[in-house]
Design a protein around this ligand. Structure first.
Ligand code: AKB
Length: 319
């Protein structure tokens, strides 16, 4: 990876991935792609080039790829699961038509592409515990439909045209830098904000609902590690299960209370998010990622909680 375009650079993953790539691959040019209304600011803006990169504008994307001689695209443009249920046509347009534009440019210009999939690519018939790498994927949400199709289309471009497509199925991602927007797993981020601010947290997911979760540094590491992996070792491409922790709401609340005992929680279950959460795996089996490119997470629930609370206190100016 030398000249990299991050599409969605101001989003939850993109804002941190762009900075990590700029820091860790100093000889590279990392272009922060954004859409009008979500412009990069501060360090993200100042530390490297940025450009409007709307996945629905194929000509605009091709121009950026040529101008910066892009060899790798991280395509992070997506509506998350709960928003995609409210705006299914927009989700299809961004996630599918947008992806097709990117893959066509990649085919013509020899660019490698990472487009994440998610635990959302699974559905109610998927085995929920120890969800295998290769298993039934019949999601019922529009988000899930686009994620399965993303996996298939990315594999199609690899097998048919040799485009170097790779990806992971991200669990719910927890971070203190940029808030997620409209996902089913967002509660696991928002509860930390409430705990640090001393506010009561209203939980939209029912107690007892297990989902895979991951701390952002591990997710970023996975995205970079996979794109740098030796291709001759990859038996899979789109997409690898990756896992680090699985919990239900009461477990994360109990963990936070070890450090902030005053955390108050009440439940107001959102039927849309709950239906999605119930259909997702409880815990994924990531042995293929471990075997094929040495994936291994660093954080567990305890080390993540300590780091989240420390950094949120600094960010929010709370003692
Ligand atoms: C969501 O909840 O929509 C995302 C995801 C797990 O893909 N965080």
């Amino acid at each position: 990876m030398k000249n990299i375009l991050v599409i969605g650079s101001t989003g939850q993953i993109g804002s941190e991935l762009t900075m990590k790539l700029r820091r860790e691959i100093p000889q590279s040019t990392v272009v922060a792609g954004y859409i009008p209304g979500a412009e990069p600011k501060g360090e993200l803006l100042e530390s490297g080039p940025s450009a409007i990169a709307d996945v629905r504008d194929s000509a605009g994307l091709a121009e950026i790829v040529s101008r910066y001689k892009i060899d790798t695209i991280y395509n992070l443009a997506a509506l998350l699961s709960a928003v995609a249920e409210r705006k299914p046509l927009l989700a299809w347009d961004i996630q599918m038509n947008g992806l097709l534009n990117i893959l066509e440019i990649a085919r013509e210009k020899g660019v490698a592409v990472f487009t994440p999939s998610s635990i959302g690519s699974f559905g109610p018939e998927t085995p929920h515990e120890g969800t295998p790498q290769d298993t039934i994927q019949r999601p019922r949400s529009m988000y899930g439909v686009t994620k399965v199709a993303t996996e298939l289309l990315s594999d199609y471009y690899f097998h048919k045209y040799g485009v170097d497509t790779r990806s992971v199925r991200f669990p719910g991602l927890i971070s203190y830098t940029t808030l997620p927007g409209g996902g089913t797993t967002d509660y696991a981020v928002e509860v930390y904000y409430s705990a640090v601010k001393g506010e009561e947290f209203t939980c939209p997911i029912a107690s007892g609902t297990y989902m895979d979760m991951m701390y952002m540094p591990d997710a970023l590491h996975a995205a970079i590690m996979l794109m740098e992996a030796d291709p001759s070792r990859l038996k899979h491409r789109n997409s690898f299960n990756i896992a680090s922790m699985s919990f239900e709401p009461e477990q994360i609340f109990a963990k936070i209370r070890e450090y902030i005992p005053s955390l108050q929680v009440r439940y107001e279950v959102d039927p849309v998010r709950q239906a999605i959460a119930t259909s997702w795996p409880d815990s994924m089996d990531d042995s293929c990622a471990r075997e094929e490119w040495d994936w291994k997470p660093t954080y567990d629930m305890d080390s993540m909680t300590v780091d989240m609370i420390k950094n949120l206190r600094l960010k929010l100016g709370v003692k």
